[in-house]
Design a protein around this ligand. Structure first.
Ligand code: ZN
Length: 199
């Protein structure tokens, strides 16, 4: 199973501090608060627009629940290869700026471009969960800002992209002392959303 680890400062900062954080932090089981065993790490390749990073993913094992968990930093979705920020940009180009599906992946010249086929898959996945995320987001926005006029008449995918940005601004204004400016919209949504609705 995975635990999304809120991590606002990007991949380079992650690489420099994560090992120390893992080995010096006292962890406990999210289910029963029981003891844990550190279980080392495995490596994953993740891609931004221009860089490929090899990042360690750290694991814990909880003997009382017989479960192991991986800490997935919030800039990447579990099992995804491309950083959230990159996927967000491409979805934004297509949904908001109405660039065609075929044009979107190749729109900006990048070192790690995605195929049209991959982009179609992202879009399909995003469309399938967008209605539920919209409901979550609308509720969350109204909870934080009662009386806020939530955008109407948008498709669910456009609503999620738009409301996600509004939510990010609101959360930033509520927690000015937190270094939240580095969280991307999808990073923040994945910290807030339930596991089955990760974007
Ligand atoms: Zn447990």
């Amino acid at each position: 199973m995975t635990i999304i680890l809120p991590f606002p400062d990007g991949v380079t900062a992650y690489l420099s501090i994560i090992s120390n954080w893992y080995w010096t932090t006292q962890h406990s089981c999210p289910c029963c608060k029981g003891k844990t065993h550190r279980n080392g790490n495995y490596e994953r390749n993740v891609y931004s627009r221009d860089e490929c990073y090899v990042i360690p993913i750290f694991r814990l094992y909880y003997p009382s629940c017989k479960t192991s968990f991986s800490f997935i930093p919030s800039f990447i979705k579990p099992y995804a290869r491309f950083l959230n920020a990159y996927r967000f940009d491409l979805l934004q180009h297509h949904v908001v700026e109405e660039v065609s599906i075929r044009q979107t992946p190749s729109r900006s010249s990048t070192k790690h471009s995605v195929s049209t086929c991959t982009f179609r898959r992202w879009l399909k996945q995003f469309k399938s969960i967008a209605p539920k995320i919209s409901k979550h987001l609308a509720a969350r926005l109204l909870e934080l800002r009662p009386g806020l006029s939530v955008p109407k008449g948008l498709s669910d995918v456009a609503f999620v992209l738009n409301a996600g940005q509004v939510l990010k601004l609101i959360v930033q204004s509520l927690l000015p002392e937190e270094p939240l400016h580095n969280y991307g919209v999808f990073d923040m949504l994945n910290i807030l959303l339930p596991d089955n609705l990760l974007v």
